[in-house]
Design a protein around this ligand. Sequence first.
Ligand SMILES: C[S@@+](CC[C@H](N)C(=O)[O-])C[C@H]1O[C@@H](n2cnc3c(N)ncnc32)[C@H](O)[C@@H]1O
Ligand code: SF4
Length: 398
Amino acid sequence: MFRMTRYIKSLMNPAPVRPVPKPAGPVVIWNLIRRCNLTCKHCYSISADVDFKGELSTDEVYTVMDDLKAFGVPVLILSGGEPLMRPDIFDISHRAKSLGFYVGLSTNGTLITEENIQQIADAGYDYVGISIDGLEQTHDEFRQKKGAFAASMKAVELCKRAGIKVGLRFTLTQDNFPQLPDMLRLLDEHDIDKFYLSHLNYSGRGGRNRKRDAWYDMTRDAMNLLFDHCHDELRRGIEREYVTGNNDADGPFLLQWAAEHYPDQVPLLEQRLKYWGGNSSGVNISNIDNLGEVHPDTFWWDYNLGDVRDKPFSRIWSEASDPLMTGFRRSPRPVKGRCADCRYLAICNGNTRVRAYNISGDFWEEDPGCYLTNEEIGVLDMPRRVAAPVIEIPVHNL
Ligand SMILES: C[S@@+](CC[C@H](N)C(=O)[O-])C[C@H]1O[C@@H](n2cnc3c(N)ncnc32)[C@H](O)[C@@H]1O
Ligand code: SF4
């Protein structure tokens, strides 16, 4: 996760640079249920409105939660599928809060209504993230459900009225890129606290539909627009939070933006970004799926590290010694191609490995999602070895 607002603020109000303290355990994104009332075109968990057998029971979730707490996990993001389809979601949420976790709810919002908004408020989520992938028609096509946009925006309003910190989560593709300015207007109109731009990851249905990924120039335009917009709001005293995910090239790209707007601050920002350290899959980010399988992050659903029914998460995570996890924990990571020679490797940490793997079959190949030019990364005369959407990969067919 790249906390853009924090870094732009640091350019405007310079302060000493300090290493970022590392929590004892990783952030856990927990896909508690795979069932979903939508079937989005990009969905990494390949969710659908069917019952998936063998999911963790309430008691099993509680046992895992105790272990996560003892292991020093600071944050739980409760996700799915659609987490609000789990009948015990509020019990689980209350327990997570009472154990002292920072708890986020990751939802499509369509099941938030006048009837359950009080329960959602009472659960005490630190943050509710609602996915909005464009204006009405675009969003409904993306999420393959007419009326989804209206229901999700209603949810945003209900959450705001209930005093809940709420964010929009927007996955950038060719289809919704032209509507990014409209999304930014929505933030203002609805006084939304946070905006999360998620770059497309080639995983699950996002792998099958990766041909719709934004072109590099679109991504660059989108990022420049966000930097300018966030900067402008901060200048006007508006403290909305902008973050991005799934493309750690955003860090170096901000450095270039800073060279234009705050040239004197570039060395300090570079140091700050090195302390951030870019991609942290398998280190500070982890995932538990609906069946209790542990993964290096949410997008590695086909790559299991162990089952929490057999072994506590804390042991699975500490003992993980397979080639992928060993590579994740090496510094620098054993990346190849453009990533290996990139002058920004210490900032982005090799970006998103699942994209490289799903296109090339090699964990450590260059990330085809990196939108920086060869000139920018200092690797002239090196053609891309992994072009963005080239080969077909097998995907489940839900
Ligand atoms: C899998 S969903 C689960 C929570 C809820 N059903 C929702 O849609 O918000 C979690 C988040 O991941 C995003 N997401 C799903 N597939 C993705 C992909 N292939 N690349 C990037 N983000 C993705 C969704 O848009 C959503 O914001
Ligand atoms: S992205 Fe979320 S809403 Fe869409 S199908 Fe997947 S789990 Fe459901």
